[in-house]
Every structure is written in C-alpha cells, then in structure tokens.
Write a protein that binds this ligand. Structure first.
Ligand code: FMN
Length: 441
C-alpha cells in the first residue's frame, strides 16, 4: 500500500512537490567573511538534494548583515555583486541537483542578533530577550527600537532578497516569522509594547508580516512559492497564544501564500527543540506542536500546512497527513546524521528516523549539574551543537557521527564555542560593534 508521505502536493501557486517530506531550515554557519555562499554549502546541499525529501529549506539567510543570528549566516543584503550572484547560483543548482525544490529562508535576527557580531539588535521595543542559555553562553542586550522608516527599509530588503533568490534559481522562499527573531518578536506582546500601528492589538502586531508578504508577492510574481514559518505559540506567559497564532494564519491564508510551517518557542525557552515543558526529564514527544496547532488546523482552508518538531515515526507522519489536515512533514535533526532518512522511509527500509536528541549524556562527574536549570538547559540544548558540528563535517566531506553514540557534551560545547568565535572575528565590512567583531563607523 502507498504511504501518504509519497503523495504529491500541488501548491496554490501551481508548483508541485513530489512527496510530503521536507528538510526544514537549519542554520549552517558556512558562509565566508563577507557572508557569501561557499563551496561547503554546495557540497552540503547536494547531499541533502539526494536525501529523498521533495523540499529543502535553507537555514536563515539574513536580509541585513548587521543583524545576523550567527556570524556564518549567508546574507542577501541589498544589491548583490556579480560574484555574490555567481555564488548563489552555484548553491541553488547544487541544492536542486536531484530535481527537488530548494527554498531560501529569509530572516532578520532582530533582538536575538548574535552579540558576538552586534551587541545592539533591533526590536519592536527596547526589551532584552532573556535567553535561556544565560548571559555567559548566549549574552543578550536591549535592542534598539525600530523606527517607522526602518520598518519601510526592512520590507524592501525582504522583497528584494526574495527577488534575488528567484533570479539565481532557488525555487521558492520562506519568510522566517518564528522562534523570536524580528518578525516573531513583533507578534509577541512581551517584546512588542509599541503604541503605534505596529504594536498593541493583534492586527497591528502582524501588520509588518503581512506588509512583507504583500511586497514579496509583488516582487516575485504569482507563480513563485512563498512560505511563512510561524510559532503556534511562544509558550511564554503573556507571549503569543495559539488562538492568536490561528488568527494570524487566517490573515496569511487570505494573502495567497503557499505553505505555512508551524513551530514554536524562542530563545527564552527550549520549546523549538522539545515542545512545551521543554526542561522536563522525559524524552520528547512525537509531533510536539500538534496540540498547540489545533486552532490553526481548524481555521485554515486554502494554504497547505507543514508541521515540524519531533516527528520521527513513519506511522505518525502518515497519520498526520491522513487524519490531522497536515500536508507536509518538516524534519530537521535526523537529517544531520542520517542524510537519506526520507528516502529510506519512503522505501520502507526504516520505519522511524533516529532520535539523536535522546542520546546526549552527561559525563558521570558532572551529573549533579542537572539539578540546576542552567545545567538542564546545557544538557537539552547540546543536540543543537552536535547538529552544527555534523553539518560542518558533512559540508567538508569529512567523517561525521551517524549514530549519535558519541555526543560528548563537553567537547561539543568547547568546539562550537571556538568555531563561532573564530567566524565572528573573521568577518569583514559590517557596520556593527559586537563582543568579538568590531568595526569603527
Ligand atoms: C542545527 C539546527 C539549526 C536550526 N536552524 C534553524 C533555522 O535557521 N531556521 C529555523 O526556522 N529553524 C531552525 N531550526 C529548527 C528546525 O527547523 C526545527 O524547527 C526543529 O529542529 C524541530 O524539528 P526536528 O524535531 O525535526 O529537529 C534549527 C534546528 C537545528 C537542529
């Protein structure tokens, strides 16, 4: 019998996806010192192109180099030089070598800008993000409040970057409005206390997102896929709720977009990687954002929905598609260790993707650290660093950990800390002052 995951999906813009599996966005940290695409990105995406997923979504590509989520993000910030265009073209063609789609995730890190690059992020209001990893591992500062003229320039930057993506051969784009970055922080009443037409009531808080979508549609035309990634909930008392998120999705639904990807959380909790109750000791649940997505799923009529977060079993994937109105399945962490997991699922060579996130272990002498909240955060978030490390190794054709048996907490933290520090210090020509990178201007 045919799996549901094997079915094709026609998007509202007319594009076809050949199956229901997507390698969703994972920041790669592989750009060069000017945040251009590199050969490493081409190698990585050529491998993912052969993964069996019909759709790849790139990691955050920044529309403003001053506000990056990591020093190694690619940026499409305004007019591109011939060399930048050439490098982007190479990346797009490598990422589609197997006939799949590859969409670029466009973002602005906002108040979650990496402080190593720029200590002063940009936010709807000057309210600091209280990062769950604390001020030592992930320092944060109050952002600058964005002005109305800066809002206009952000809309232009998103729509311009989308046009560049189309011109260089990517087959779609995704606007990143989840996880606490700029557009997500506008939706969050804890971060957005503006009193103008971009703050206050919900309709105002999602105004910027809608304006970006309208401008982007205008710049790429009717036949190019546009997706939005959004939180089903911020999972914070006073943050974006699931009912509010459903209302926003309804507004998006009327604007002719092609895919809504549902996620949740921000740097103030670990919901992105574990759902609500992220710090409890249990292993993560399958499809941990399904509950908080119920309102959205009941409300949306036209736009296909992708659910992401902890989906590992073939039976769960098929059930989500047949019984829960989910159209696409988003997969991230498993594809850092088992690159061709989607192909294996479709061929029924495996019935479940690896749960690398359950394999982290504290060294015996440090287990007491788990008593503290900080210790728990390090333990639960280490999988992210393991993925970063594997992504770098895959991109350089080096051996990488396929079993997850070697997730060594201490090694991985030190190794990635040094990597990020070096990346930030190698940057050039950004008008920003960070903890590592500083340019006088
Ligand atoms: C290494 C890594 C990098 C990520 N980078 C991004 C990103 O750039 N943009 C984004 O929207 N989500 C990012 N995510 C979140 C994933 O897209 C996904 O929402 C999350 O990992 C849950 O899916 P999973 O359980 O299949 O891993 C990242 C996740 C990982 C593990």
């Amino acid at each position: 019998m045919k799996n549901n995951i094997e079915e094709q999906l026609e998007l509202p813009c007319g594009s076809m996806l050949s199956n229901r599996l997507c390698k969703t966005a994972m920041t790669e940290g592989l750009s060069d010192e000017l945040n251009r695409s590199t050969d490493e990105l081409c190698t990585l995406y050529e491998k993912w192109s052969k993964s069996g997923a019909s759709l790849l979504i790139t990691g955050n590509v920044q529309i403003d180099r001053r506000y990056m989520e990591r020093a190694g993000n690619v940026a499409i910030d305004g007019k591109q030089s011939n060399l930048q265009i050439e490098k982007l073209k190479k990346w797009a063609s490598a990422a589609k070598i197997n006939g799949n789609h590859c969409w670029v995730q466009l973002g602005h890190a906002g108040r979650q800008t990496d402080a190593r690059v720029n200590k002063v992020g940009l936010g709807p209001s000057p309210i600091r993000s209280r990062n769950v990893a604390g001020q030592i591992l992930m320092p944060s500062y109050a952002p600058k409040e964005i002005s109305i003229s800066e809002i206009g320039s952000i809309i232009d930057k998103f729509s311009y970057a989308a046009k560049v993506c189309k011109e260089v051969g990517f087959s779609g784009i995704q606007i990143h409005s989840a996880h606490g970055y700029l557009l997500s922080s506008f939706l969050n009443p804890l971060a957005n206390v503006r009193t103008d037409s971009y703050g206050g009531k919900l309709e105002n808080r999602y105004r910027l997102l809608l304006e970006i979508i309208i401008a982007t549609r205008r710049s790429v035309g009717p036949n190019f896929p546009i997706s939005v990634k959004i939180n089903s909930s911020d999972f914070l008392k006073g943050g974006l709720t699931d009912q509010e998120s459903a209302t926003i999705c309804k507004a998006l639904d009327s604007k002719g977009i092609d895919l809504i990807e549902i996620s949740g959380g921000n740097y103030e909790n670990l919901a992105i990687f574990r759902g609500k109750d992220a710090l409890n000791d249990k292993n993560i649940n399958e499809a941990y954002f399904l509950d908080s997505s119920k309102e959205i799923l009941n409300t949306i009529k036209n736009t296909p929905i992708m659910l992401t977060g902890g989906i590992r079993k073939l039976s769960t994937m098929n059930d989500l598609i047949s019984n829960h109105n989910i159209d696409m399945i988003g997969l991230a962490r498993p594809l850092c260790g088992l690159i061709d997991g989607p192909k294996k699922l479709i061929k029924k060579e495996i019935y479940e993707l690896p749960k690398y996130e359950d394999k982290i272990n504290y060294p015996f002498f440090l287990r007491w650290l788990k008593i503290f909240r900080f210790g728990k955060v390090i333990y639960k978030a280490a999988i992210l660093l393991w993925c970063y490390d594997n992504i770098i190794n895959i991109s350089k054709n080096k051996p990488f950990d396929t079993k997850g048996e070697k997730i060594n907490l201490i090694n991985i933290i030190i190794k990635m800390y040094i990597y990020e520090w070096k990346k930030a210090s190698s940057l050039r020509e950004i008008k920003s002052r960070g903890l590592v990178y500083r340019q006088n201007f």
